[in-house]
Ligand binder design. Structure first.
Ligand SMILES: C[S@@+](CC[C@H](N)C(=O)[O-])C[C@H]1O[C@@H](n2cnc3c(N)ncnc32)[C@H](O)[C@@H]1O
Length: 398
């Protein structure tokens, strides 16, 4: 059994066993889902807002705080440390190559390039955008690059930049899911995808395998952007798991709490508590226990108060509001529900990285099963991008 298969089994067992702590939608619940565990709920209510922020920002602190309530907390966090930073080799890039590339994106690209092994193969850049990564690969490895992208304007802009920089980059304007895109995938090639969403990077892996591609390196993102209603594991080992992941579950790895300023925090509090308050009101009016989602709102409307928000939301949803509504009471209830939702989200944070690694391991195990040597690691620090996992695979016979 490979190390990755073993790690997958260990994470899988803990994720399955502790499902009740993460596999639910906090905003759809009226109160704590663990209401039968009263001491746990009481403890959560003692966590004040500043502690909540501290715990969300520091997984070790959160793990220690949850250990009395979740017996596997420490083991879960420890398992995630098996995925380590990848070794970087400094590769200089001529001045001016970063022109027009946003700062953090540039840092991601440099880091991505510096952890890739030198295989001396032509490159395929999957879902390339303007081909920022392709430019760096072309100059630092002196190998031709094919950049496949769906949006025509990005291809045009990318082509122009490559021409100016005198780089050997060929843009292919294509839908990565189309059968034609297969023509871009060759055996003698190193395919890369930086932050290609859900099914887009999965389909790359499947096609590389089918075309016996020599090497592939991806940093996955947006796991929830899939065409099926539920996650479809690709490895034989993940297919044996009893976990059934909804799109909501698949968003968990992306729910990094960012330390926001007071103003942003206050705006978030107003919007979410209004939504939760309106949801309680509509449950009462419609005699239902189902959450009703309301579309995006113009932020200016929030300054007009809860009643105006409810009038707007009701009109969007075709609900008649009677005249005798005690808006203040529903607003207060929304605020209380917000505090509970935040604390349930805090608990779910413990499972964020384990679930992300579970998903990365599904990809890694699939590639191992298909005869590739695989490495997973982080290619940069979290502040540069929280989506910092990179999966690299090479055919064992190259
Ligand atoms: C998150 S961006 C990443 C772009 C680039 N790799 C980067 O890191 O800057 C995802 C890219 O995938 C492209 N894309 C989305 N759907 C696609 C499809 N079906 N076929 C090809 N490209 C697609 C988008 O247009 C976008 O440029």
């Amino acid at each position: 059994m490979s190390n990755y298969v073993e790690l997958f089994h260990r994470l899988d067992a803990l994720l399955v066993k502790n499902r009740q702590f993460w596999q639910f939608m906090p905003f759809a619940e009226r109160g704590y889902v663990w209401h039968q565990n009263l001491p746990f709920c009481q403890w959560l209510m003692t966590v004040d807002d500043s502690q909540l922020q501290l715990l969300s920002d520091d997984i070790n602190r959160l793990t220690a705080a949850l250990m009395p309530w979740i017996e596997d907390a420490q083991q879960l966090t420890q398992l995630t440390t098996q995925i380590q930073p990848l070794a970087r080799t400094e590769r200089s890039v001529p001045q001016g190559f970063d022109s027009g590339i946003p700062g953090r994106k540039w840092q991601q690209i440099i880091a991505f390039n510096e952890v890739l092994p030198l295989l001396g193969l032509p490159w395929l850049e999957w879902c390339a955008g303007k081909g920022y990564l392709g430019r760096v690969l072309a100059i630092s490895h002196q190998q031709p690059v094919t950049s496949l992208e769906w949006q025509q304007q990005l291809c045009i802009d990318g082509e122009q930049a490559a021409k100016q920089l005198k780089l050997n980059i060929n843009f292919v304007h294509a839908d990565a899911f189309s059968a034609d895109s297969d023509n871009a995938i060759l055996a003698n090639q190193h395919a890369v995808a930086l932050h290609a969403c859900g099914d887009l990077h999965v389909s790359l892996l499947q096609r590389v395998v089918a075309n016996k591609g020599a090497a592939v390196s991806i940093s996955p993102c947006c796991y929830h952007l899939i065409r099926q209603p539920h996650y479809q594991p690709i490895s034989a080992v993940a297919k044996t798991s009893t976990l059934v992941l909804s799109k909501h579950d698949l968003r968990l790895p992306l729910q990094e709490t960012v330390t926001a300023g007071n103003r942003v925090r206050q705006l978030r509090f107003v919007e979410i508590s209004f939504r939760l308050g309106f949801d309680l009101l509509q449950r009462e009016l419609n005699q239902t226990e189902s959450y009703l989602s309301v579309p995006n709102v113009q932020k200016a409307l929030l300054t007009q108060g809860f009643e105006a928000f409810c009038q707007w939301a009701a009109s969007k949803k075709g609900i008649d509001l009677p005249n005798n509504i005690d808006f203040e009471m529903w607003q207060r209830q929304g605020e209380q529900r917000f505090a509970i939702t935040e604390r349930m989200e805090l608990v779910r944070q413990l499972f964020r990285r384990p679930l992300e690694i579970w998903l990365a391991l599904d990809r890694a195990c699939f590639l191992e099963e298909q005869g590739y040597n695989v490495v997973i690691g982080s290619f940069c620090d979290k502040p540069i991008t929280p989506r910092n996992l990179l999966i690299h695979a090479e055919r064992s016979d190259i």
